[in-house]
Design a protein around this ligand. Structure first.
Ligand code: UDP
Length: 483
């Protein structure tokens, strides 16, 4: 640990959604391990997530390296129910606008903390566009964290800039993303609605402000590694002319199973039982199915997934976001009749939250059906797995293109559409076909072998002398010079 870095004090201010909080927890551990004083700013109900995941990081003297400070979340002022401090706890998606409004109201309390603590740098999520101005008031640099890949940053910039979807006669006709290296194809149906339609609301305004504030910021930190997407990392830095540091895969900073499991929510299964179950399986024989922290599927879609998995005759772990807090607890009408009895010993259903990284890293797991959230995608890559891509919303369609068209380590489940709430269009036959394709046969082995190669490069990137380790230190050094 460098004693010089102790002088540096970083404020991390993550967006209140698990897909953003989890990598920031890992990022805090990375900075703290380099001797940087690290403070996470969050709201009271989100604080336990961070304290749990960073608790293992203590110095020999028992001092916790990472401090967590809270500011009040303005639920009431924004018209949100009390206790709604996380995107995950919105009563209905219609409250997203209120949530956006609440984010704007956090500027003043954050500025108060900046005044009191005088940190040397603010790393704030893209969803806090005002953070660039807030940092400037205190003469410190603001770095943006989007939580997405260089590829998605570059592709979304091209789609926003050139609007290729405007020239298409139908939603399903493919177009090549203009000016993006690699002849990447997508369809109008896969472009987020706020880019296609001229809607003005709090959310669309926020997206525009986020883009402007990124341009005005000091630079960005990216959860990726150079070897994974060199062309797109260069594109972002050289063609778009922005400063960026890649410091990932962030999930790899968690070394043992306990640390890997304490990410996000409380797990809904005994982690040891789950790994014991996997220990009894053959290498690469189990498919892991999980759609992240936000995506929700209708009952009929869940039934199709169950039937598709059964038809593959493969063993599986399937994470379903139905748990204790759901209204329909006790009702299992999303499962085909007798499914669990037939799948006894063969399939494990986790209702709620899974210890995803330990599962992905287990040698018995041979493939991953994912919604292509960037954290999940990168965790799948770091585990060396081929993937079935099933994007739903956000920037997930870009991640899919990276996996299937650039890295060639996965197959798409079908021609999906960008939806803000839930999908229910994929039939059991398509699921069976795609899962079999990544698990069995020559093509599956080729994809697995490419993915294993990337996993090795990922580990190399975070070791001393690796590209992400180098960038992390370059960033710390540059910030130290700024002070
Ligand atoms: N995750 C987990 N258990 C679950 C579901 C998700 O640990 O049951 C973690 C996953 O490992 C990843 C994050 O939650 O780190 C989800 O982020 P991602 O970007 O993949 O998707 P999002 O939830 O933002 O859609």
């Amino acid at each position: 640990m460098s004693s010089e870095n102790r002088e540096l004090h970083i404020f991390l201010f993550p967006f209140m959604a698990y897909g953003h909080m989890i990598p920031v927890s890992d990022m805090a551990k990375l900075f703290a391990a380099q001797g940087v004083k690290t403070t996470i700013i969050t709201t009271p109900l989100n604080a336990p997530t961070f304290s749990k995941s960073t608790r293992s990081r203590k110095t020999n003297s028992g001092r916790i390296e990472i401090e967590i400070k809270t500011i009040k979340f303005p639920s009431q002022e924004a018209g949100l129910p009390e206790g709604c401090e996380n995107l995950d706890s919105l009563p209905t998606p219609e409250f997203a606008n209120n949530f956006s409004k609440a984010l704007g109201l956090l500027q003043e309390p954050l500025e108060r903390l900046l005044f009191e603590d005088q940190p040397s740098c603010l790393v704030a999520d893209m969803f806090f566009p005002w953070a660039t101005d807030a940092a400037a008031k205190f003469g410190i640099p603001r770095l943006v964290f989007h939580g997405i890949s260089f590829f998605a940053l570059a592709a979304s910039d091209c789609v926003r800039r050139y609007q290729p979807f405007k020239n298409m006669s139908s939603d399903s006709e493919p177009f090549v993303i203009p000016n993006l290296p690699g002849e990447i194809k997508m369809t109008r149906a896969q472009v987020p609605y706020f880019l296609k339609e001229n809607i003005e609301n709090d959310l669309t305004q926020l997206m525009k402000q986020a883009h402007d504030s990124e341009v005005g910021s000091y630079g960005i930190v990216v959860n990726s590694f150079y070897e994974l997407e060199p062309v797109y990392a260069d594109y972002y830095r050289k063609l778009l002319g922005r400063k960026a540091w890649h410091i990932g895969p962030l999930s790899l900073c968690n070394r043992d199973n306990e640390e890997k499991s304490y990410r996000g929510k409380e797990v809904s299964i005994d982690e040891h039982e789950c790994l014991k179950w996997l220990n009894s399986k053959k290498p690469n024989s189990v498919v892991y199915v999980c759609f992240g922290s936000m995506a929700r599927f209708s009952n009929s879609q869940l039934k199709e997934i169950a039937a598709g998995l059964e038809a593959t005759r493969l063993e599986f772990i399937w994470v379903v976001r139905r748990g204790k807090n759901d209204d329909d607890v006790g009702k299992e009408d999303w499962l085909p009749e007798g499914f669990e009895e037939r799948m006894e010993g063969k399939g494990l259903i986790i209702r709620g939250w899974a210890p995803q990284v330990p599962i992905l890293d287990h040698g018995a797991v041979g493939g991953f059906v994912t919604h292509c959230g960037w954290n999940s995608t990168l965790e799948g890559i770091a585990a060396g797995l081929p993937m079935v891509t099933w994007p739903v919303s956000a920037e997930q369609f870009y991640n899919e293109k990276l996996v299937t068209q650039v890295l060639k380590i996965g197959v798409g489940v079908g021609d999906q559409m960008w939806v803000s709430v839930e999908g229910d269009s994929v039939k059991r036959e398509a699921i069976e076909k795609a899962v079999t394709q990544i698990m069995v046969g020559e093509e599956a082995e080729e994809m697995r072998s490419r993915s294993k190669g990337l996993a090795e490069q990922a580990r190399g990137a975070i070791e001393k002398g690796g590209s992400s380790h180098f960038d992390l230190n370059a960033l710390i050094e540059e910030l130290s010079c700024q002070r």
